[in-house]
Design a protein around this ligand. Structure first.
Ligand SMILES: Cc1cc2nc3c(=O)[nH]c(=O)nc-3n(C[C@H](O)[C@H](O)[C@H](O)COP(=O)(O)OP(=O)(O)OC[C@H]3O[C@@H](n4cnc5c(N)ncnc54)[C@H](O)[C@@H]3O)c2cc1C
Length: 463
């Protein structure tokens, strides 16, 4: 049982700065959208892996739950920790090495994603994981959620960017899988088991990451299309026409652009006139290639066919950043209204247009006043389909979510593309996930954490 003594023992093990309580624990007492709040017992901030082992030992002895936390930017309530020790990795923020020729970087779990990206860039390489919260999210959290973002279309999600991992188990044992090989068929793939496990199976303390050659140039444009079916054709033509160099293909509908303009009145329309289907397209090309000219040619040909209605090109890094700023404001724009139901579904590419056309009418049969606010990593079929219900009624919210899940399932999709389950999608897991898969997950969890110490009540619903 948690006692004042637990906090005192943590303090004597980690030092005074290693434990936060009261107001100092404030940033660890709510989720990013401020939808979920809790009161943790304390925040433990070990400076190294041995400190993590010690925190888990004390938690085991005192039977206190432990919630690992990185940047606390997760969007599924995965860090909710009532009465728990919040195990922050923020002090474990060293980049151990960058091996240029091997194209790898070895990092501790608390390194901020943007720091990793900047360190890679300093070596003329790329760590391609990128999204709006990259200035705060930490790599341990990115791996624990198998984060995605805007470059998945070319490089894959966090799982595809990780070669090795180190995990402290609930027992205190250290699982050392810090390999940097690209092929390893030595039994079950435990690395991939921990990636995406949202802190329920172990605490990720370090990782070996894959780095990639940095494109010499980027060609970036805003493109207007008549509809989402045309957008898919544009994507596929660009992939074929560039040999798969599409780095990002992001969709923003009309109400997204309107929300951005209202939020940032000094900015204008992406085009001379308003369009419904607004795409942010980026191509990354190697040395010597004239990426701008190639992108312009491809789009011009599609304009002749009526697939492209309009296009504006970033002619400087400042213009490119402005285009990205619009897209990366998604998080702050989404929470401008209360009671938002955050969703991140994925669909087969050819079904995105059908889903988007059918979903709002289906939801309005349940709640005539409901609105939606979506944006999409369209290149990989991931739609952030956020629902603004007419009122804060939990039963209504659950019906809206269930209706959306129905349509996603009918169209061959997944109810969680990149944000994970946390607490907010436990209902969907219970309703939609294969029951045998759920049972296997429960057995794995019970084997690794028989006392239910790590992030209880998350990810896998109780039987
Ligand atoms: C504005 C904004 C934009 C976003 N855009 C995207 C996007 O495009 N794509 C995307 O995938 N996500 C996105 N997210 C969600 C979020 O940023 C990612 O899920 C991110 O990976 C979380 O990292 P974090 O360090 O903040 O993790 P946290 O929020 O601290 O934790 C998330 C989960 O991981 C667990 N965890 C954290 N660290 C560890 C560890 N070391 N070991 C074990 N478990 C751990 C936690 O217990 C929790 O369950 C966005 C969030 C915001 C606020």
């Amino acid at each position: 049982m948690a006692t004042a003594d637990t906090v005192a023992r943590l303090r004597s093990t980690l030092g005074a700065g290693g434990v936060l309580t009261g107001a100092d624990a404030g940033p660890f007492s709510h989720d990013w959208p401020h939808e979920i709040a809790w009161t943790p017992l304390c925040v433990a901030r070990p400076a190294d892996r041995d400190g993590v082992v010690e925190v888990l030992r004390i938690a085991r002895e005192d039977r206190v739950p432990v919630v690992p936390v990185g940047g606390n930017t997760g969007l599924s309530g995965g860090t909710k920790g009532e009465g728990a020790i919040m195990l922050s990795l923020e002090r474990m923020n060293r980049i151990r090495d960058i091996r240029h020729d091997a194209r790898t970087m070895t990092v501790e779990a608390g390194v901020v994603l943007q720091t990793i990206r900047e360190a890679a860039a300093a070596h003329d390489l790329v760590f391609p994981l990128t999204f709006g919260a990259q200035g705060s999210a930490r790599i341990g959290g990115c791996l624990a959620t198998n984060a995605g973002g805007s470059n998945v279309v070319r490089y894959g999600s966090a799982r595809a960017l990780c070669l090795g991992i180190e995990v402290v188990l609930a027992s205190g044992e250290v699982l050392d899988l810090m390999s940097s090989v690209r092929k390893d068929n030595t039994g079950y793939d435990l690395r991939d088991l921990f990636i995406g496990s949202e802190g329920t199976l172990g605490v990720i303390t370090a990782a070996v990451l894959r780095l990639f050659p940095r494109p010499e140039t980027y060609a970036t444009a805003m493109v207007a299309a008549p509809d989402l079916a045309a957008a898919l054709t544009i994507l596929n033509r660009l992939q074929s026409g560039t040999g798969g160099q599409v780095e990002a293909f992001e969709y923003m509908p009309r109400n997204y652009i309107e929300a951005w303009k209202a939020h940032r009145p000094e900015t204008g329309e992406p085009f001379a006139q308003p369009y419904d289907v607004n795409l942010l397209v980026e191509i990354g090309a190697s040395a010597g290639a004239d990426a701008d000219a190639r992108l312009e040619d491809l789009l011009a040909a599609m304009m002749d066919e009526g697939l492209v209605l309009d296009a504006t090109f970033a002619r400087s890094e400042a213009q490119r950043r402005a285009m990205w700023a619009r897209r990366e404001a998604a998080g702050e724009l989404t929470v401008l209204r209360p009671h938002v139901l955050l969703n991140d579904v994925s669909l087969p590419l050819e079904n995105v247009a059908g889903f988007v056309a059918r979903i709002l009418p289906a939801l309005r049969e349940i709640d005539p006043g409901v609105d939606d606010f979506l944006m999409s990593h369209l290149g990989d079929g991931n739609v952030h389909y956020n629902i603004w219900p007419s009122r804060g009624d939990p039963a209504l919210h659950e019906r809206l979510r269930a209706r959306m899940e129905d349509l996603v399932a009918e169209m061959g999709g997944s109810f969680s593309a990149e944000h994970g389950i946390g607490v907010s999608k436990l209902g969907a897991m219970a309703r939609r996930k294969d029951q045998v898969a759920l049972d296997v997950m429960r057995r794995i969890r019970a084997a690794l954490d028989p006392d239910g110490l790590l992030n209880p009540g998350k990810t896998v619903p109780e039987a």
